[in-house]
Design a protein around this ligand. Structure first.
Ligand code: UVW
Length: 338
């Protein structure tokens, strides 16, 4: 049975197949990967991750807390940290440590899976809005919460779909920090096009657009004592509610938007006068309507500086998430090779 009768206006549901769970990653073809590899000229690599215990303290979203490491334990409760192999084989000299982590998957440098954000939308055309995700997958059944049968798990649209798509392609960097510094700015279509023109940035189908705002640099400077009031009034974000920006994202063929800020888009809610509307319109457009993955809190400063100094803005990006079936996000250690 079809999963939906109505699809949201401006969405591409069904266009990559009725059961598609990869979204725009379908545009990341072998030809696009070869084009990405051709951007490697120096063999210099940049790690685009923050240490995963940043920002430090309570996360930028209330529900996210820093990673907690602990020793794994034997059945008798003894910690395996360190354990002397001589306990098992008298002559052995090995000393081994084993640990585990409680990790909020979107606390720090991360990918959002398509299961991360859906919307209240009447997909079955019965006049009632239900919680639904990209390509019509349903909350409660396909994306199950703690009170649903079997417990919390994205049975569809989980991060494993991105991991298995092979996240390696051409990154293209736009530098908003050079224009706005740390002033809060909501960057709409006109400003983005002006800056892309000035920086000679061209985005083609299959590209990963990386947005450098300086936000993660500020996070690092706060040295694990993040001042949320300052952070939420600093640096640029995309103006997610700008209809022309939305159209450009839809038409550009980009496969992902990756930023060094907390949400890619600016988080001040825009009131259009509609009775109901999304708080995060770019999340709605990308994750829910178009199957475009979002990535946040990447560390882009050194890459941005190197690219600017060499009058370049393209590179090979390698950024697979964890293949953790059923998760709605993942930490990532992206690499840019120039
Ligand atoms: C939310 O949208 C709540 O989180 P993120 O910006 O990490 O995707």
């Amino acid at each position: 049975m079809a999963r939906w009768r109505n699809r949201p206006e401006g969405s591409n549901w069904g266009e990559f197949g009725a059961d598609d769970q990869r979204g725009r990653m379908n545009l990341l073809t072998p030809a696009r990967r070869l084009a990405a590899v051709r951007e490697v000229r120096e063999g210099i690599v940049f790690s685009l991750s923050l240490p995963l215990d940043y920002p430090g303290g309570p996360g930028l979203w209330e529900t996210r807390s820093p990673p907690r490491l602990a020793a794994t334990r034997f059945a008798n409760g003894h910690p395996a940290y360190p354990y002397h192999m001589s306990q098992f084989a008298k002559r052995a000299t090995d000393v081994v440590c084993d640990d585990e982590v409680t990790l909020c998957l979107q606390y720090s440098t991360q990918w959002d899976a398509l299961a991360h954000c859906g919307s209240e939308f009447d997909a079955d055309g019965n006049g009632v809005r239900e919680a639904v995700f990209y390509n019509g997958f349903r909350a409660g059944k396909d994306i199950a919460g703690p009170d649903d049968p079997g417990g919390t798990r994205a049975h569809a649209l989980g991060i494993e779909n991105l991991a298995r798509a092979g996240v390696q392609g051409r990154g293209v960097l736009i530098d908003l920090h050079s224009e706005y510094g740390r002033e809060p700015a909501s960057v709409g279509y006109d400003d983005l096009m002006r800056l892309m023109d000035a920086q000679k940035v061209e985005v083609e189908a299959g590209d990963f657009l990386c947005v450098y705002t300086g936000f993660a640099d500020l996070v690092l400077e706060m040295n694990k004592q993040p001042d949320h009031r300052v952070l939420y009034r600093s640096c640029a974000g995309l103006a997610g509610a700008d209809a022309r920006l939305q159209r450009w994202i839809a038409d550009s063929g980009l496969v992902a938007l990756c930023a060094d800020n907390a949400a890619v888009e600016s988080t001040a809610m825009v009131d259009s006068g509609a009775e109901r509307e999304p708080l995060l319109p770019l999340h709605e457009l990308c994750l829910f309507k178009l199957g475009i993955h979002l990535a946040e809190l990447w560390y882009l400063r050194e890459l941005a500086q190197w690219l600017a100094a060499h009058e370049r803005n393209r590179f090979l990006l390698t950024a697979p998430p964890l293949d953790l079936p059923g998760a709605v996000g993942s930490p990532v250690t992206p690499l840019a090779t120039v």
